[in-house]
Design a protein around this ligand. Sequence first.
Ligand code: GLA
Length: 709
Amino acid sequence: MLLCAGDGAIVLEPVAHGAPVWRHCGARVGASPLPPLAITRTAASFSLDCDRPLSTAPLAGEGWFGPSFVTLRRDGLSLPLVWTGVAIAHDDTVVRITLTDDLAQVTLVQTFAVDAGAGWRIEATLINRSDGAIAVDALASVLLPVPASAARVVSWRGRHNAELVESCEALPEQIWQRETRRGISGHGGAPGVYVGAAGAGWDAGDMLALQLCWSGDSRIAIERDDEGYHILTAGAVLQPGEVILAPGDSWSAPDALVAFSACGRNGAMAAQHAMVRAMLCWPDGAMHPRKVHLNSWEACYFDHDAARILALARAAADIGIERFVLDDGWFKGRGDDSAGLGDWTPDPVKYPQGLAPLAQAVRAMGMEFGLWVEPEMVNPDSDLYRAHPEWALYRDGHPHWTARGQLVLNLARADVRDHLFGALDALLRAAPIGYLKWDHNRDLVPAGGAAQVRGVYALLARLRAAHPGVEIESCAGGGGRSDAGMAPFVHRFWTSDTIDAVSRVAMQRGFLAFLPPEMMGSHVGASPAHATGRSQSMAFRAAVATCGHFGVELDPDALGADDRRNLAQWIAFARSARTMVHGQGVWLGQGGDGLVWQAQGCPRQGLLLWAIRRAPPQDRRPRPLALPFLAGHGPFAVRMLGIAGGLAGHAAPVPDLWSADAPAVFDGDWLAHAGLPLPPLRAESVAVFHIAGGDRAAVPALAAFPFSS
Ligand code: GLA
């Protein structure tokens, strides 16, 4: 059975008894008939007489000594399985495998489906067909052999205010593992991993990328077995006893999105973007231009009332903002972060008329009105908690561990979900609210487990069905819940509470490894940055934010006149460039001397290229920037739109090439191999280029590049 997607192929071989065996997972291969695996393997000493090659669902009970696909208990004791029955249905795009243990009366259904033409969506569902209860201790989403060429593992870790720190390690001699235990996917970003060949880089080499569609605890492991293969396993982490299947019940592991590319990280990233994009449910069925928005949080924190917010909204409208989001502090009793969560009605002191007049006034200024909520949380000092202390997650007799003074509601309870749906539905009906920022500001202790995660999904799905026109942003103390599990319900992720543009460059690259740029909340914050205390120019802050879904997180009236005018120009620029930046191709890379670059758009129709320098240059002159993804295409008309920041050294001029009116024309192979000449950038500067295929001389409909101070 052959399933081709993108550059990759999966080949599975049905066997008479048990799960199909893996023959290949990696680069594309043809559909030619294969000799059965059994006649290609010799016997090995000290092994079962019955050979056990790696299958799609290996079991300890069958004499497989690697990681088991499923671990079950019945009556408190281990319930080993043996697949006695197998049925397979397949075509060119889907393989569906039904495995049964007739003795234990358990069925596993695995589906491998080509997704968006780019990769595979892999599903696993376990069904209890017996007449007794069965506890599921573990059920993998997928277990696969990593491609033979693989040598390096790329993954991300992080904390609040320092999300998405990249790690690159050698494939392990024993085991490599990334397990999260905070109840949410966490600040290390999406539960995923890249596994690449020794020389694989951004644009070349074999690369496999996997992410789980999951927002709770997860485990991704790569284990070397004693045949020398590396086996990649990924799935949700379950608490002991949390999934007990009554007769007839089933449990589905989170779906895994897997892609293989021969074009390095950029190829695998493109495939992941394609699969995530296929899951998005935009209002009206299609992505509309992503509204530039202003979020009130860092402009005024909790210190606001209707008059203050109206003034902020006016200042926002004056600089071209299209959506105004009222953040934390608007609801009953919420003077600071010690009280109020759970009581989702406007504070009678700050907003005596409710939110409707405010939302209407914002709309009359030409903007959409958005609102911050944190529905899964409750402060002990709230009417909700006083009425329903039993709704919080806790263990009898144990202390209630607060974080930021708050507890987590038990979303596994239908009555809690009903209550929250009612509260949110009432809010959305009471005022013209087009957008929710849905926050989650703590780790879970005790963990709510998979039922908590699925409870959140159910609540989000119900709200989306009742209010399909409302966009939702997922936030968890910045980027604590940015994952493909949330993707069917939300339209944006808040990348980090650190808006410092130097920090953001690496975070945004980590974000893009799994999720597309139109979902990446990227704001211009104040200088000095609130989270780091570092100061950066308006131009640098804004240029870095243009790579994602652009927004503003400051009070425009607190800016000097030049910065304010400059920010308005950047907003106009971001609005004019967004059709290239969102919903299209993304390429990342590194230049010489610490420079990083990023391109977004479509080579033929036009793309933006950001050449980003964070630290001062060491070299006397910048090396030309190789753009491998343009090889074999062209010619390209290239314009440097401007420099956000400045030039290195006192006297360094912009090269004549980039001061000319006409675009420079280069062949794609030249740009790919010899490289694009760069201006000498000083630290914290971005040179922004427009590149278009064919002989397009003009930059289509882009607003003037903002001046660059
Ligand atoms: C979290 C978010 C911020 C803001 C605050 C409000 O920290 O990441 O953007 O919404 O909560 O309390």
